[in-house]
Design a protein around this ligand. Structure first.
Ligand SMILES: O=C(O)CCC(=O)C(=O)O
Length: 309
């Protein structure tokens, strides 16, 4: 399906996606759409797609209403920080226009990522059974689990990176699940993937391993060592990356219930939230591996803002 067809489906016509001050136009040949996968095709076919493409977009994997209810639970708690427009249903996640006290929002978020409810959402049987199958054994969920909310009309966007940079202290057989908690149409700035970039990530990681050989063991696994760019990012300039690697950024209209899986070598980023209905983008990104593989001990703690991972 062409980007313009998809963009029209989401009611936007041609759309300019923005990240770090750079524009990715849906009219450009450097932008395309991710291909959805029906979870019913079975684990072998899913594993093949994951290996071929570096990602699998599992459509409608979780019950939509459960995901929306969890969104309501999160924003119901965050409402006391002033994040949610007064008199609206927390499940809609409509952002208030108020200037917020960042500390209150951060404190609330740090409580929520330590909650039983969030743990249960990430470890729900549908996901844990699937991960056991995908990883051919007993799956392990890293304790450091990230939940992100992005306010509409802000410049927040995740720069391009691949996950292994932050997880070098254990196995590279990691699977990231990025789960939209609510609908995230293209204009709300969900994850975008650099097509075919899992091979690029493998090459980059090999080069870093060579450069890092002389560093201390702690520095060698750090995303912030002297051989890395600030933050461990590959780049903040998404259009330039697509040109440089002669490829495309792939975007999607994600819906509540979808689960995205990506390889730790797959380069991804996000664009800004330009939602005209002022909805907050809410998602979680969590990592699984086979429990028998080496575990990066730095991820054995809950996510803390500024934990330098
Ligand atoms: O949600 C985002 O903006 C970034 C998520 C991410 O980097 C990941 O899932 O690995």
């Amino acid at each position: 399906m062409s980007i313009s067809v998809q963009a029209k489906q989401s009611g936007q016509g041609d759309l300019n996606l923005v990240a770090n001050g750079k524009v990715l136009s849906t009219a450009s040949n450097r932008l395309g759409f991710l291909t959805p996968t029906d979870p019913a095709i079975g684990i072998d076919a899913i594993r093949r797609l994951y290996e071929e493409n570096g990602y699998v977009w599992l459509k409608g994997f979780l019950p939509r209403n459960d995901v929306i209810d969890f969104r309501g639970w999160v924003f119901g708690h965050m409402a006391k920080t002033g994040l949610i427009a007064e008199g609206t249903d927390p499940r809609d996640g409509i952002a208030s226009a108020a200037a917020l006290e960042g500390r209150d929002v951060d404190r609330c978020l740090m409580s929520l990522v330590r909650s039983v409810a969030y743990e249960g959402f990430c470890a729900q049987p549908r996901i844990s059974r699937f991960m056991d199958e995908l990883l051919s054994g007993i799956s392990y969920l890293h304790k450091r689990k990230i939940m992100r909310h992005v306010r509409p009309g802000t410049t927040t966007a995740t720069p391009a990176h691949y996950d292994l940079v932050y997880l070098r202290g254990g196995t590279s057989r990691i699977v990231t699940a990025w789960i939209p908690i609510g609908d995230i149409p293209v204009e709300m700035g969900g994850l975008t993937y650099l097509e075919g970039s899992h091979a690029i990530g493998v090459d980059m990681e090999r080069e870093f391993a060579e450069k890092n050989e002389d560093l201390s063991p702690e520095e060698r696994v750090s995303a912030f060592n002297r051989n890395m760019t600030e933050g461990g990012w590959v780049s903040k300039d998404l259009p330039d990356m697509a040109e440089r690697f002669d490829t495309r950024w792939l975007v999607a209209d994600y819906e509540a219930g979808d689960v995205m899986l990506h390889s730790p070598f797959m380069i991804h980023a996000s664009t800004t939230n330009q939602d005209r209905q002022h909805r907050l983008r809410l998602s979680t990104d969590i990592r699984y591996q086979n429990v028998e593989d080496e575990i990066d001990a730095r991820w054995n703690n809950h996510w803390t803002l500024g934990d330098m991972l």
